[in-house]
Design a protein around this ligand. Structure first.
Ligand SMILES: [Zn+2]
Length: 240
């Protein structure tokens, strides 16, 4: 995927991948909810809300989160009719390669062998603890360089971007989350977080997602669909 060009000088460019559901001929509007379980804890309020309202979601979990949150793992495994679990890496390291490189202050991978381990060990943990072999990968911070994009694809994983950033890393207040969800349209891929129970994410999603249900949106999981890339310009600046 020739998505990221190497500039003439300086560090390789990185890209935040944005995509949407491949359009279908169906009359209903589809939307995918993706929830990152990076590191940290388990937001039980959020999962119980999704279970109560029968809202499917794709959970991007790290090995680190899975091992630290047995209660969360149990809740997911009890509802595999609703939840798909995909690969968010072993230790939540961004998919940028090169000594000293960072994304939002988080160090990336020193070399490609470390990236391979991050991806493969994340997948192995999901197979061991959930019993699902993942097919999608989302790197920590959702930022990638060209070498990482190529290698993740070579390893057999599709990269999952997003088109609506609902909670800005679980930092937004309830009202702001609800506001962002009012912009959801057919084919959008929502990103939010399920690893910070003290945040407003569960509160905001519980209001905003119920509104989408009331509008007739049908929620799909990434193991049921394919995604297509959006040019960066297609993502409105106010929605990132
Ligand atoms: Zn993450």
């Amino acid at each position: 995927m020739a998505l990221v060009a190497m500039p003439a000088t300086g560090q390789p460019r990185t890209v935040e991948i944005h995509d949407r559901l491949v359009p279908t001929a169906a009359a209903v509007r589809h939307v995918a909810l993706t929830l990152d379980a990076c590191t940290g804890r388990y937001d039980d309020d959020l999962l119980q809300f999704l279970i109560k309202y029968r809202i499917p979601a794709t959970i991007f979990a790290t090995k680190k989160w899975l091992e630290a949150n047995p209660k969360g793992v149990s809740a997911i495994k009890a509802h595999l009719d609703l939840f798909d679990v995909e690969d968010h890496g072993e230790n939540h390291i961004p998919a940028v390669i090169g000594a000293g490189r960072k994304v939002y202050g988080i160090p990336g991978e020193p070399d490609i062998v470390h990236l391979q381990r991050e991806v493969s060990q994340g997948a192995r943990a999901i197979e061991a603890l959930i019993g699902i072999a993942p097919h999608w990968y989302r790197g920590a911070t959702a930022v990638y360089d060209a070498q990482a994009i190529d290698e993740i694809g070579r390893m057999g994983y599709k990269i999952a971007g997003f088109s609506v950033n609902a909670d800005a890393g679980a930092t937004l207040r309830e009202g702001a989350i609800i506001e962002r969800l009012t912009h959801v349209k057919d084919g959008d891929v929502i990103i939010a977080h399920m690893n910070k129970p003290a945040s407003d994410t569960a509160e905001g999603l519980s209001v905003g997602l119920r509104k989408l249900l009331a509008q007739g949106f049908v929620f799909v999981r990434l193991d049921q669909v394919n995604l297509q890339l959006l040019p960066p310009a297609r993502v409105a600046s106010g929605r990132r």
